[in-house]
Write a protein of this length. Sequence first.
Length: 83
Amino acid sequence: AMCANWPADEVDAIVVTDGSRILGLGDLGVSGMGISVGKLSCYVVGAGFYPHRVLPVCLDVGTNNEKFLKDPLYLGLQHPRIE
């Protein structure tokens, strides 16, 4: 469903994360999506990729971050990370 709604027929670059061990920040869960977006922004600016032809992806496999597991506003799955 996600790809069917993407505004471009072709994608040149995909950055995938599961939100774990991000840049030494630890387990960010789905909150790590911004890292994928940021990396693709660098590809757009530095390498000339077209912004509408890059795709950030976050695989929600849970989190081991106790703060997120107890937060009712956390957007990801609130169960321990799949190992």
